[in-house]
Design a protein around this ligand. Sequence first.
Ligand code: ADP
Ligand code: MG
Length: 252
Amino acid sequence: MNRQESNLNGKVVIRLRELKRFYRVGVEEIRALDGIDLEVRENEYIVVMGHSGSGKSTLMNILGCLDRPSEGVYELDGDNVTELGDSELARIRNERIGFVFQSFELLSQMNALKNVEMPLLYARNGWFGRAAKAKKALERVGLGDRVKHKPNQLSGGEKQRVAIARALVCKPSILLADEPTGNLDTKTSNSILELFDELHRQGQTIVMVTHEHDVAQHAKRIIRMRDGYIRSDRTTEEDNIHEAGQKAEETV
Ligand code: ADP
Ligand code: MG
């Protein structure tokens, strides 16, 4: 079963058409994204790989509505995000996207519960019952007994769990994670990846950036980027076979 076949059922959550993002630095134009076509379907678990500078974070920031493309179309749940104004974009980011960063990005003066409540303060119907919703999200990531702890009273893995709870609390269409285990030791990293596996089993759609082979093995589909474009898009199984073949060729 190839990627296309495995992917036909399930509704399209994300659709990108000829997506481009250029940066101008002095006289130079940097083509950080140079024509990305991509479909992500409900309950997919996708990993994005590629060398440093290949455009992974730029892509994630656009998917997360933290940035806008220079050209092309981005549809989320069938809505053309590229046509939205700033306040509508902020609402989409808040209600439909969960974003997890390598550096956790928690508010240091607030406890775990308050950190997780943050997105609810800005969401429609989020205010009512927000403490209970935040508590439930923390329980979901295994931190029901850490609600009053502030970030400096939590381990790295616990901080990332709080960030994941915050990303999930508005029940996003998509969970985006840019190197979420990049700051964690192997054991902690594995426990966070098991959490992502569990969220995927529960139906969550996930797109994650990593440069680590072991991390990528948790996903079902691997997209490899180079110089702002997608160089390959395969099931994890196909990718492993192909990359092993490449390595073998290189060594002879
Ligand atoms: P990756 O996450 O794969 O390492 P990035 O998406 O961060 O790559 O960067 C892609 C390219 O765009 C790189 O060449 C980088 O230097 C450039 N770039 C990223 N952000 C900016 C910016 N704000 N201004 C100018 N160039 C940028
Ligand atoms: Mg990056």
